[in-house]
Write a protein that binds this ligand. Structure first.
Ligand SMILES: C[S@@+](CC[C@H](N)C(=O)[O-])C[C@H]1O[C@@H](n2cnc3c(N)ncnc32)[C@H](O)[C@@H]1O
Length: 284
């Protein structure tokens, strides 16, 4: 707005300055299981009861809970001289692990990976590269190698990606009428949440997910039920040949069918937003 008032009291500067504190309060309450506990308890709990159940300090817990109240993530009830905390509606829906719309996993990915990398933003800008090496001691040349530094991390990342689709997948898929496409190829399809939404919105479609071999294994084991016959997988490492042509290295067999072959009549090829820039950068 740029009004005199803004210049006298620079609210957005204060908001931006404290923004990371807000994120960390949210992440910490999620990580400690505050929202899960309050959902399971079925009744408001005192700060001491929450601390006892979570095994956390009474003083730290009370401060965290009050910060959550200030952020409207918890509500507080004062009865009979006691103070009791309960989840707000939005917390029940999005911050508890058991909710179908849970954002818990993406929160944990942000808290334990993204947050640590952003600590080195100044270095990233100076050097023009990601900061996995500083944050985790892992080579930053292959970002997915760093993100998938253990099977546990891979699982968390994939669950996090999936959780976003539980909110916006249907809207994205319904934004255009995809019903004329019988076969959909999802390059970098990860944990398959979008594919599952796709066959739900377009029951006559089939989706083939292309992704790295270990990602495909985890997706099959954890995320896509084997009885879902409309979703199949191809494992391999996608490579960029020229600026607009992707190829697919099929595991040990070493070769390669052009994307153009996939995009046969009646097929739609979706390329994960982050695959393409990453390939452009690292494989050209
Ligand atoms: C940002 S994630 C998106 C996942 C999925 N599309 C989603 O939205 O949930 C990018 C995906 O691309 C995959 N990927 C990255 N590099 C790849 C490569 N060279 N070949 C195949 N898949 C790759 C990753 O494993 C990951 O699943």
């Amino acid at each position: 707005m740029g009004s005199t008032e803004d210049l006298d009291y620079p609210q957005i500067i204060f908001q931006y300055t404290n923004g990371f504190l807000v994120s960390k309060v949210l992440f910490t309450a999620c990580e400690l299981g505050v929202f899960d506990l309050l959902l399971e308890s079925g009744e408001p709990l005192s700060s001491d009861a929450i601390a006892a159940r979570l095994g956390t300090s009474p003083s730290g817990t009370e401060r965290l809970l009050d910060a959550c109240v200030g952020l409207k993530l918890l509500a507080v009830e004062v009865t009979g001289g006691g103070v009791y905390y309960r989840n707000t509606e939005i917390s029940n829906l999005y911050l508890t692990k058991s909710s179908p719309k849970s954002q818990y996993h993406i929160m944990m990915y942000y808290s334990n990976t993204v947050y640590l990398c952003w600590h080195y933003l100044t270095d990233a800008v100076r050097e023009g590269r990601n900061q996995y090496e500083r944050a985790f001691g892992i080579s930053s040349i292959d970002p997915f190698g760093a993100m998938y530094r253990s099977e546990e991390e891979m699982l968390k990342f994939m669950a996090g990606q999936n959780s976003i689709w539980s909110i916006c997948g249907r809207d994205v898929l319904a934004a255009f009428d995809l019903s004329p496409f019988r076969h959909i190829y999802d390059l970098g399809g990860g944990g398959g949440a979008l594919a599952q939404e796709c066959v739900s919105v377009y029951p006559n479609s089939t989706v083939t997910i292309y992704d790295l071999p270990k990602v495909v294994q985890v997706a099959k084991e954890w995320f896509v039920p084997s009885e879902e016959r409309r979703i199949t997988f191809h494992e391999g490492k996608c490579q960029l040949l020229r600026r607009r042509v992707l190829s697919w290295a099929l595991g040990d067999r070493g070769h390669i069918s052009l994307l153009a072959d996939l995009a046969e009549a009646g097929s739609l090829v979706a390329v994960s937003a982050l695959v393409q820039p990453c390939l452009v950068k690292y494989l050209l």
